[in-house]
Design a protein around this ligand. Structure first.
Ligand SMILES: [Zn+2]
Length: 111
């Protein structure tokens, strides 16, 4: 039996990958062990992400992903969170100032 799709549900516009997108096949045997049966990515493509610290959009390149998952043994479901600049700041702060306590948060945070 077929269900009619209500007309207000529209198919998302087809947006084929631009031809310049590169894919790097993943070597899943190099992935860090994990308990999920889903597995990690089978290939890497350049992806944009928004830095959780400063909010700028940066590109996480396929090469960096391969390095992260296969060389650095990053958790296979982790993704980039901070831009290069913020990571540098974090590194230089390592072992330094502790995280801000909840006291310092503005009252209007709704997270
Ligand atoms: Zn940043």
């Amino acid at each position: 039996m077929t269900r009619r799709v209500p007309c207000y549900i529209r198919e998302p516009e087809v947006n084929p990958d631009p031809p310049h997108v590169r894919q790097i096949p993943a070597d899943i045997s190099q992935h860090a062990p994990h308990s999920s049966w889903v597995g990690g990515p089978l290939f890497y493509v350049d992806m944009e992400f928004t830095c959780i610290d400063c909010g700028i959009v940066e590109l996480w390149s396929a090469e960096d992903q391969k390095w992260w998952y296969e060389t650095a043994k990053g958790y296979v479901f982790s993704t980039a969170g901070r831009c290069t600049a913020c990571r540098e700041v974090l590194k230089s702060r390592h072992g330094g100032t502790p995280r801000k306590s909840h006291r310092d948060r503005p009252e209007d945070t709704d997270m």
